[in-house]
Design a protein around this ligand. Structure first.
Ligand code: SAM
Length: 239
């Protein structure tokens, strides 16, 4: 079976070094997935290997040129195709995109090949979105990690990858823990809830006791307490 492959294209490949650490690094070591980082500058031409230019229509800042981007995305897709990946999801990071949530993380975790295009400056020439949207083997998604503006798409890519990769079967030892967490838990009206508060030993810490329900050994009571607390916390967020 083909395992998921995650390509990242950036002008700062070193920014992606956390990919070799912790959950993602271990998952890759165990052969559950592949990550690969590509330096956009390898596809730039000219003495200065420039990847940006002034914006048409004027205004402040620089825009990333579609020329190296097109070459880099084609090369990455080509290499993946040689390894059997027929469809590519091109994720263009932008604060103007669809906001990341747990539902989107689950959706992306179903896809076998994701290509992350990390913008810098004022972003990437929009023809990259238009061109790849018209190519049948590509699905283009513009994705934002929140309503604020970062300096580049690298951190956003790490956030998305961390949210997606923990949903890949086998990455998290106890798959049950994925069912009972924030934004996945649902109540009887199937409204997404945040998780109930968690406690561990010692039973008393700085005069604070663990709620009696959790130490009762009564599974029904524990489930009821957790459901009530999850709902209470979710309601509080709406204030
Ligand atoms: N001019 C753009 C705008 O107003 O929408 C902002 C460009 S930002 C300075 C540079 C790059 O950082 C973007 O192209 C994108 O790749 C990334 N970026 C910034 N904020 C982001 C966010 N909230 N989510 C995802 N990517 C983001």
């Amino acid at each position: 079976m083909i395992t998921p492959r995650y390509d990242v294209i950036t002008i700062f490949p070193d920014y992606m070094s956390p990919l070799s650490l912790s959950l993602i690094g271990k998952a890759e070591e165990r052969g559950l997935l592949t990550t690969k980082v590509t330096d956009l500058r390898n596809f730039a031409t000219g003495v200065h290997k420039s990847v940006d230019d002034t914006p048409y229509g004027g205004g402040a800042g620089m825009v990333m040129s579609p020329v190296p981007w097109g070459e880099a995305i084609d090369a990455v897709a080509h290499e993946a195709e040689a390894d059997g990946y027929e469809e590519h999801t091109l994720i263009i990071l932008t604060p103007a995109g669809r906001k990341l949530d747990q539902a989107l993380a689950y959706e992306l975790a179903q896809r076998k090949h994701l290509i992350f295009a990390c913008g810098r400056y004022e972003g990437i020439d929009y023809r990259i979105t238009e061109h790849y949207s018209a190519r049948p083997q590509f699905k283009v998604m513009e994705v934002s990690i929140g309503d604020y503006v970062l300096g580049g798409g690298e951190v956003a890519t790490l956030v998305i990858l961390e949210a997606v990769i923990r949903l890949i079967p086998g990455v998290i030892g106890n798959a049950e823990s994925l069912k009972e967490e924030s934004h996945t838990l649902v109540d009887e009206e199937t409204e997404p809830l945040v998780e109930y508060p968690n406690y561990t030993k010692p039973p008393v810490w700085r005069d604070l006791e663990v709620p009696t329900e959790l130490v009762s050994g009564n599974h029904g009571l524990i489930a009821k307490w957790r459901a009530a607390k999850a709902r209470e916390r979710t309601e509080k967020l709406k204030d």
